[in-house]
Design a protein around this ligand. Sequence first.
Ligand code: NAP
Length: 480
Amino acid sequence: MRYVIIGAGMAGMLAAIKLLEKGCRNLAVYEKGPTVGGTWRENTYPGLTCDVPSHSYTYSFELNPTWTRTQPPGPEVQAYFEGVKEKYDLKDWIRFNEEVVSCVFQKSRWQLKTASGVQDIADVVIAATGVLHHPRYPDIPGTDEFEGAIFHSAKWDHSVPLDGKRIAIIGTGSTGVQLVSALSARASELTHFQRTPQWIMPVEDRAYQEEELERFRNDPDVLRSLHYGEALESNIERFSAAITDPDSEAMKEIETVVEQFLEMSVTDADLREKIRPNYRAACKRLIYSPNFYQAIQRDNVEVLIENVDRIEAKGIQGVDGTLREFDVIVLATGYRPHEFMRPMNVAGRDGILLNDVWRDKPVAYLSISVADFPNLFMLNGPNGPVGNFSLIEIAECQWSYIEQLLEGLESAECQEVSATQEAMSEFESARVEQAKKTIFASGCSSWYLDSEGVPATWPWTRSDFKEVMERPDLADFDRR
Ligand code: NAP
């Protein structure tokens, strides 16, 4: 059987490692970029940090003793994936700078084409194309007229000087918050345009001491306990219980912590009220930051809670008509998260187009399989678990589930496998009903919401997810 994996980010690399481990040698990974790492390759902005603790943000089979901090800095995450690529000899299997543009199912096999014209035929396709990889540019008039440097946070222009410059950051998601924290001490003036203020969760982000690093190097048990030790497991379970039940004690605890953090950290009462969100904590993805509140209270930092009216040649005009001049404008305005493998042309059984199936919103059975798209499996596909968990753990659970579906194909028990239409529809109805009850649906706008305003997420707990991923129910699959 020939396997094609699309994407050499965290999830695609995982699939490649697992297939190679099983002895598969009929394999190709197509990656549109020049190296591995996905979002960690794309994002290189100052202050980039993962909000999952360092030791939890690794594959379970490849722990990393070299993290220098408790929260992993972006460049270290990228270096980790580069190291994994080397250690597992993945580069021999990856075709870099090859973007798959078409994937058509014919006679039980997938015909693939890349933008450069390479063609391939596979029995199984693993789409590991990531979630946040289509930058969302705001529809602010005048962006073309600006005479200084203007770019999206995911397309950082490292040729642009920042020290002593007048910098505007538009956006208050995880990215905007990290950027403001990192650049406030470097800019001469920094203006943070917060259209919607955010709740901030405190987090310790400290450098590991040499003795700790030595223990990580020499004691695998310490690393294992840090990867998913009891304390961390229980924190994650509690967080997951909170987001799925907004009335829970766990949710109240989160609310108390973020409220107290705001009270204690922001001394100026006017500023405090100005940035106090008017929606519940964790409704938008909860932001973790050790130093954002300090950054916005610096004398050279101004916070504006307003929309941006227009961008002019010299700067940004606020809704009050005031023109503020800048050298650099950063659009930390997020992503279009509901595209997944699109704009790739994907045609399943009888020519049915994924674009048509997903016209209203992306759907999939358990985020993994779409009815009538046989032998196409997604890692971190639509409506999966989001929240402040490690997507690596999620991809590992999904892979072990997919692996079990592959057994039927490998043993020639069947030639095609995909979720049944009924299983997909029933799952989606139950998911939507439950998603409406999560904290994400408690009254805010966020990238978690689909076009109908329903959270496009796994709405049950993390342990529910892990349980469901343990074993596929073959009755939910159409096997031919
Ligand atoms: P985001 O959470 O979608 O935030 C986008 C921000 O831009 C929001 O504050 C939004 O305001 C604002 N915005 C959008 N259009 C605007 C406009 N026209 N005018 C003014 N403001 C506008 O995007 P993100 O910060 O890039 O984060 C996306 C996700 O990436 C995160 O939730 C997280 O999953 C991931 N991420 C993770 C880390 C990490 O630490 N692991 C770091 C960075 C990113 P509104 O809220 O008013 O819409």
